[in-house]
Design a protein around this ligand. Structure first.
Ligand code: FAD
Ligand code: SF4
Length: 511
């Protein structure tokens, strides 16, 4: 008898370990671990998503005549306890699982094997389009990596939006000039933002059980389990994808970077929570988008933008994670060590007065979701400019987001927002003053600060934090030609101006 152990973030319909298995000689094991669920203060919606999706997957496998052993949270302290109870009952000769998606679990397997005294084998993951070895070969010993090169390579490799000579469809690799429209363009066009479908399993009793369980066991975690909003089965994830393709893909490109108060999802796909646990595959998502383009239902600019996010960024951050671990998550190239501010948890009475941050925190507190510009250019920008401790920032993102996993957070936080990997992922820091946020959103309108004011009581803190950041890291950035201009601007300021900026930044961060 063989056990196939299916991990909670590997709920693929075509799980590679099952493809090889004989249902008569196999038990499929699922383990919910109390300790894993409480490792960080994970958002309640993330926990509901994982446990409910695991339970549904187990049910589907039972209906397909597999023998399933489900170790539920109420009775399972940790993975070792779950496995030991399983071994006692089923006595398998070996345990097969797919390569875990994160470093810590991968490292823990030999220890676990020793503890349970049953051989464990892994099969290669099928959750990504680039194998770990293939990416490592491409990345080699390079000091920094260009996402664009990886992306073009992927387009050619997969034959996506390229002609027979490997040239990009439409003549360009990138349609940014048609995408990424500002808030004033949004106001002018006034596009109708489609309503996101409700969770197809809203009335499902298994889901309701999990909601109750999470609310009870993880009561002090962010979010409210009862407001859960996502699909939890493969079938409804497919419908969720179809709905994006039909109603939001067309607007994806132009409004990809726009931020609108009260419209947290806009035209984004909201597919990452489902992709990251295997309810959808990256290839089917991009193929569905390309098909919509072929049928004339979505413009090339939107489709290319979406394809870039998935085969470009998603594969790139996963590749970096495996190429640079261990050690990557501990990098802190800018020496950031300020503790997290208390407003990041969105508790009433402790909110920040900076409206862009306050709105983004409220949205993630309530739903576990922000779109990429809120994560990067609002919250990430604040953490970068304020020098917030990298490990604390990483834990915060991992706790708050419904789609957060170590493999995806590491490069997005360490490399992209905090520039803590010395420019391995990004050629320059994603730092911005208020100008960018004011251009891309309507947040400033409802803010107690003024984006156009540079110093004094009413000044937007991003303005002086921005210059203070370049002042603090002068030596490092003066050698970076992409930001040398900013360094020069700082140097041109009088000593009195520089001192005033430093003082105001210090007072703000202390207060
Ligand atoms: P869309 O805007 O519709 O994009 C389509 C898909 O592209 C996403 O579903 C996702 O699978 C992929 N994608 C786009 N950008 C990235 C990226 N930078 N890295 C990986 N995948 C990407 N994504 C996560 O899946 N989990 C996270 O925990 C996560 N944390 C992030 C933290 C920071 C600081 C930043 C800057 C980005 C993070 N991202 C993360 C990437 C991106 O913000 C989310 O994937 C996206 O916002 C999810 O919403 P969506 O599905 O509506 O995405
Ligand atoms: Fe954010 Fe500054 Fe605009 Fe306020 S004024 S919303 S703090 S960018």
């Amino acid at each position: 008898m063989t056990t196939v152990w299916i991990l909670g973030d590997q709920l693929l319909e075509d799980h590679p370990a099952l493809a090889e298995a004989d249902p008569k000689e196999t038990v499929v094991l699922f383990v919910e671990s109390q300790r894993r669920g409480g490792h960080l203060k994970y958002h309640q919606h993330k926990l509901v998503l994982i446990y409910a999706a695991m339970r549904h997957r187990a049910k589907e496998l039972r209906q397909a005549d597999w023998t399933v052993d489900y170790r539920s949270l109420e009775k399972t302290k940790d993975f070792t306890a779950g496995l030991k109870a399983h071994l006692k009952e089923y006595e398998p000769e070996r345990i097969v699982l797919m390569e875990p998606n994160d470093w810590a679990t991968t490292q823990a397997l030999p220890k676990l094997e020793k503890a349970i005294k049953v051989p464990m084998e892994t099969v290669p993951t099928t959750m990504f389009l680039v194998g770990r070895g293939e990416f490592a070969q491409w990345a080699g010993e390079k000091k920094s990596l260009l996402m664009e090169s990886h992306y073009r390579r992927m387009r050619k490799k997969l034959g996506l939006l390229v002609d027979e000579n490997g040239e990009p469809e439409g003549g360009e690799w990138n349609y940014d000039s048609e995408n990424r429209q500002t808030f004033s363009q949004f106001k002018k066009v006034a596009p109708q933002v489609p309503v996101l479908p409700t969770s197809p399993e809203a009335d499902d009793s298994d889901l309701q059980d999990v909601i109750g369980l999470v609310a009870k066991h993880f009561a002090d975690h962010p979010g409210k389990a009862e407001n859960f909003w996502l699909p939890v089965t493969r079938a409804s994830a497919r419908k969720w994808l179809d709905s994006f393709i039909k109603t939001r893909l067309e607007g994806f490109g132009p409004w990809e970077d726009t931020m609108v108060e009260g419209e947290p999802k806009l035209f984004h796909s909201v597919l990452s929570p489902l992709l990251n646990i295997g309810l959808l595959t990256p290839l089917e998502c991009v193929q569905a988008a390309v098909e919509a383009y072929r049928k004339g239902r979505a413009p090339l600019s939107s489709v290319e933008g979406f394809v870039r996010q998935i085969i470009g960024w998603r594969e790139f951050v996963n590749g970096i994670y495996w190429h640079r671990m261990p050690g990557y998550t501990h990098l802190n190239g800018l020496g950031a060590k300020r503790p997290l501010p208390e407003w990041v948890w969105g508790e009433e009475g402790k909110e920040t007065e900076m409206n862009c941050l306050r709105q983004s925190v409220r949205e993630v507190r309530d739903s576990g979701y922000n779109h990429h510009i809120q994560r990067l250019m609002v919250l990430g920008n604040y953490f970068l400019l304020s020098g917030t401790d990298t490990a604390e920032v990483l834990d915060w993102y991992n706790s708050m987001y419904v789609d957060a996993y170590d493999w995806v957070m590491a490069a997005n936080v360490i490399g992209m927002i905090l520039y803590a990997d010395d420019g391995y992922l990004a050629t320059k820091p994603y730092a911005a003053g208020s100008g960018y946020i004011n251009k891309m959103s309507n947040y400033c309108k409802g803010c107690r600060y003024k984006p156009s004011v540079k110093t004094g009581e009413e000044a937007c803190p991003f303005n002086y934090l921005y210059w203070n950041f370049y002042g603090e890291h002068l030596a490092r950035f003066s050698k970076n030609h992409r930001v040398a201009f900013m360094v020069k601007q700082w140097e041109k300021k009088s000593a009195a101006e520089q001192a005033a900026i430093r003082e105001q930044a210090a007072a703000f961060l202390a207060g």
